[in-house]
Design a protein around this ligand. Structure first.
Ligand code: RUB
Length: 336
């Protein structure tokens, strides 16, 4: 929600014009309230907000002041949702470019321009990366097979649509995904893409899988150096079922979902959201029972349950994630 006029005027930091400040605040709010959701979309929203922010910063600031203000805005964006590392990577890619320009002696105007171009480029290249990931993962699906996906992942949906468009005649099963029902978005997009789609409640996954699922494809919010993935809660149960049933479990994840912070053992934070999201369908008297409610919205699927990951530039076994992350990001020295 946009701040009121008075509130906005009180909290504008030095160096940021009202317009610049609003771009970041609105993006942060849309991520926090899940209007912008899904790891890729979150990253693109943050990158574009930082780009806008850079362009609307007050003139006359020093290169240092520009970088400091971008760092402050970056922290505001990163604080919105803790689990999807894509958000932090997007922010740090833009900040890295801005700091690089400052180190080369660029003027404040040039630092702003570099940040703008970097954020815009990230958003654009991220969409291309999704398509390359989908093309790769679609190759792994057998013609005529039924594939299960969980939650709503742009990368997973694009994978299934690609396989369908390639004439593989795949069928999709998608889970409802309590409590936010992201499965409704998945089912709608798959149907719009012409894919034969079946919708199930989350707890039906094992039974439906044993009746004839040939593969699972999910997205990821974070991939760790150890090759485990963090994705919508319920993913790990599907992966366990897949392991037990001998079904391949594929992860469609662009490079910016791979976390350099996990190289140094930083734990991935699993977001807990308000209990009201779980209680919404319950009758009012249920709330009076004094039952404790938990609402963790992501879980960790260990690498031993992951068959293969598709990134935009290569396929990976879980055991190759550490080397891949190091090659892409180094140890993320100086990242926020
Ligand atoms: C979304 C979710 C998605 C990943 C990958 O959770 O878990 O599977 O973010 O999505 P939420 P994408 O709805 O809580 O954000 O492939 O679109 O990046």
């Amino acid at each position: 929600m946009a701040p009121g006029r008075g509130e906005q005027a009180r909290s504008i930091p030095a160096g940021a014009s009202p317009v610049a400040h609003l771009a970041v605040r609105q993006a942060a709010e849309s991520i926090r309230t899940m209007q912008a959701r899904g790891a890729g979309k979150i990253a693109r929203t943050a990158a574009k907000a930082l780009a806008d922010h850079a362009m609307h910063l007050n003139g006359g600031a020093s290169p240092d002041a520009v970088v400091h203000e971008l760092e402050r805005a970056g922290r505001e964006l990163v604080a919105t949702r803790p689990t999807a590392i894509s958000l932090r990577v997007a922010v740090n890619v833009v900040l890295g470019q801005a700091r690089g320009a400052r180190a080369r002696g660029a003027s404040a105007a040039d630092v702003k321009r570099v940040a703008y171009e970097s954020g815009t480029r990230f958003a654009h290249e991220s969409l291309e990366a999704v398509q390359r990931v989908a093309a790769r993962a679609a190759e792994w699906l057998e013609p005529g097979s039924t594939v299960l996906t969980h939650c709503h992942s742009v990368a997973a949906v694009e994978t299934l649509k690609r396989a369908h468009a390639a004439g593989k005649a795949i069928r999709a099963v998608c889970t409802e995904t309590r409590p936010w029902f992201q499965g409704h978005i998945t089912a709608r997009q798959l149907r719009e893409g012409g894919v034969d789609t079946t919708f199930i409640v989350d707890s039906a996954a094992f039974q439906v899988m044993r009746e004839g699922i040939a593969a699972v494809v999910v997205g990821a919010d974070t991939v760790t150096a150890a090759g485990s993935i963090y994705n919508k809660v319920g993913t790990a149960s599907v992966a366990l079922a897949a392991k037990d049933l001998g079904i391949p479990f594929y992860v469609a994840a662009e490079s910016y979902k791979f976390s350099p912070f996990t190289l140094r053992g930083e734990p991935v934070v699993i977001e807990e959201r308000p209990e009201d999201e779980v209680l919404a369908p319950a009758p009012p008297e249920f709330r009076r029972l004094g039952v404790r409610v938990r609402n963790p919205v992501f879980d960790e699927t260990p690498g031993r349950l992951v068959t293969r990951l598709a990134a935009e530039d290569r396929a990976l076994e879980p055991g190759q994630c550490r080397e891949y992350i190091l090659g892409r990001y180094g140890d993320a020295e100086g990242w926020i």
